[in-house]
Design a binder for this molecule. Structure first.
Ligand code: GLP
Length: 251
């Protein structure tokens, strides 16, 4: 019996459409009550089909994001917002430029800060999430280390938004994006495990056989800071959205 609710779809498109529909229902319900919707968003390849479907819902079904406030999970440090590898650019290219979200409602960790100002920025990021009423819904991918956001092995359950040092496996996986591993930043700013666990609803996407073993460990393994995604077992309202390949542990 898995310790986290898990839904398995034929492919990434089907699973992404299911979550897009949930987001649509949430935003429309809140819009009717004149309430804001606070979304926690992720980068990486895993949420790309979700974002494409949200854009379609905006263009074809008039889904409006004018009452949405977004908080992104993480950003490399240092990182210029217009750099090709920046999560800032990723979000505008793949979602924000194609919907009617207000720029002032978009929040992404700042990779251009002076290091001396990072702690204050991170504390403000937490306060801003709280002031918005907390995250209604958080989207996650998962890294091969079991990281969520950039919460690498060793991240505490109650960790908050902070500067972290990236794991070697994570930098190896990002090498393609940067031309080589040496070019991958050593640090990042990420929401904490504790920040994520405070979200009212969490959806974690994983596609493909490469994710199968870390997904199985996250769902069924002992809760440990060595696999930060296992902390999601403690969250009351988390659903893993998998394709068939990610749901079968290779023999
Ligand atoms: C990066 C991101 C994570 C993401 C992970 C997996 O490390 N910081 O938030 O979940 O990559 O990426 P992908 O979805 O491309 O497999």
């Amino acid at each position: 019996m898995e310790k986290i609710k898990t839904l398995v779809y034929n492919d990434a498109l089907e699973g992404s459409k299911y979550v897009a529909k949930k987001i649509q229902e949430l935003i429309e319900k809140n819009n009717k009550q004149n309430k804001k919707t606070v979304l926690g968003l992720a980068t990486g390849s895993s949420p790309l089909k979700l974002y494409a479907e949200l854009i379609r819902l905006h263009k074809e079904e008039n889904l409006s994001f004018t009452n949405v406030i977004s908080f992104n999970l993480d950003e490399y440090f240092p990182m210029k917002p217009d750099a090709v590898q920046s999560y800032h650019k990723f979000m505008f290219d793949n979602l924000f430029n194609h919907i009617d979200i207000k720029k002032e409602n978009v929040n992404i960790p700042d990779g251009t800060l002076n290091e001396a100002n990072v702690v204050a920025f991170c504390n403000q990021y937490e306060s801003k999430i709280d002031a918005a009423g907390g995250l209604d819904l958080q989207i996650l991918g998962i890294g091969r280390t079991g990281h969520i956001g950039f919460n690498e092995p060793g991240s505490a359950e109650n960790s908050i938004t902070r500067m972290v040092v990236l794991n070697d496996v994570t930098r190896t996986d990002a090498a393609n994006d940067f031309g080589s591993k040496e070019n991958v930043p050593v640090k990042a700013i990420t929401m904490g495990v504790g920040t994520i666990l405070k979200a009212k609803q969490v959806y974690l996407f994983a596609w493909g056989e490469k994710k199968a073993s870390i997904v199985a460990e996250s769902i069924n393994g002992a809760i440990t800071d060595q696999v930060p995604a296992t902390f999601l077992q403690k969250h009351k309202n988390t659903t893993f959205i998998l394709d068939k390949a990610a749901s079968v542990v290779p023999a």
